[in-house]
Design a binder for this molecule. Structure first.
Ligand SMILES: Nc1ncnc2c1ncn2[C@@H]1O[C@H](COP(=O)(O)OP(=O)(O)OP(=O)(O)O)[C@@H](O)[C@H]1O
Ligand SMILES: [Mg+2]
Length: 259
């Protein structure tokens, strides 16, 4: 356990794929307990790579951490398996709403609780909690996930992650491909989980407007480097952030102004 309030720290992280493509050149950030931290950045900025490094999933993609370190609750994540990180409370919802399409919504949710050897009664309690957060999933509980909408599949993927009782929930572009109202619905639920249950959240988003509405703080990645961080309010008030990330007028990326 760490003495300070940091739940996650990433320092000087560099990562490559196939010992060739350098995806991260130097990423430094930290997330405090109880906070929602957004990672913003354009296509290919390194958001997914950074999140995979956090869950020690890079080696599964022929990726390697070259330098720097990632600590979750004081532990070096490279010394843990992805499964043990889940048991420690670090749970990731991967990009693209991964759920088992041939299982029902409820079977998908239950599968999320299997890793922690919960009793039937505990699983039933957790399921009800998830249905309170996502009432639409209760309506669709008996429907095959493959037949539900994109929004419902994203909710199922998040619900499945919640079944392993995370302390830090990591989400990779939960808004991708979803209608604005569904995106609002999902982010409001995340905000409620954060406020009511103290769940810490790390979320990568290309949808900067939504991310800066719900996050406490944000970090901007450009070409594999963390170039700027601050509170959501600070970032929203910067002209360069407004121009490049909130689409208010065409401009160069933030790094062009800093250097
Ligand atoms: N499995 C992989 N093998 C090789 N290169 C990869 C792999 N995944 C990502 N990359 C490269 O690493 C860099 C960072 O990509 P990454 O997917 O982390 O960015 P991103 O910010 O998540 O982008 P997006 O918004 O498109 O999801 C890119 O240059 C990308 O082409
Ligand atoms: Mg990505």
């Amino acid at each position: 356990m760490t003495k300070d309030n940091k739940l996650l720290t990433v320092e000087g992280l560099q990562a490559t794929y196939n010992h060739a493509i350098t995806a991260l050149h130097g990423v430094t950030l930290s997330l405090e307990r109880g906070e929602i931290l957004a990672i913003l950045g354009a296509n290919g900025a390194g958001k997914t790579t950074m999140l995979k490094a956090v869950s020690n999933l890079l080696s599964a993609e022929r990726g390697q951490v070259l330098a720097g370190h990632v600590q979750f609750d004081g532990r070096d994540v490279t010394r843990e398996t992805p499964a043990s990180l889940v048991r420690l409370g670090l749970v990731q919802v991967l990009e693209g709403r991964h759920c088992f399409k041939t299982l029902t919504v409820e079977e998908n949710l239950v599968s999320g609780g299997l890793g922690r050897s919960a009793t039937r009664a505990e699983i039933a309690v957790d399921l009800e909690k998830i249905y309170t957060h996502f009432p639409r999933l209760k309506e669709k509980r008996r429907v095959l996930s493959g037949l539900t909408s994109g929004g419902e599949q994203q909710m199922t993927a998040i619900g499945r992650a919640l079944m392993s009782r995370p302390r830090l929930l990591v989400l990779d572009e939960p808004s991708m491909g979803l209608a604005p109202l569904v995106v609002q619905d999902i982010f409001r639920t995340l905000e409620r989980l954060n406020r009511d249950e103290g769940l810490s959240i790390l979320v990568a988003e290309q949808n900067s407007a939504v991310a800066l509405t719900y996050a406490n703080r944000a970090v901007i990645l450009e070409n594999g480097v963390s170039v700027l961080s601050g509170t959501a309010a600070e970032l929203k008030s910067r002209d360069d952030v407004r121009a490049f990330y909130l689409g208010q007028k065409p401009a160069a990326p933030v790094a062009a102004h800093i250097h």
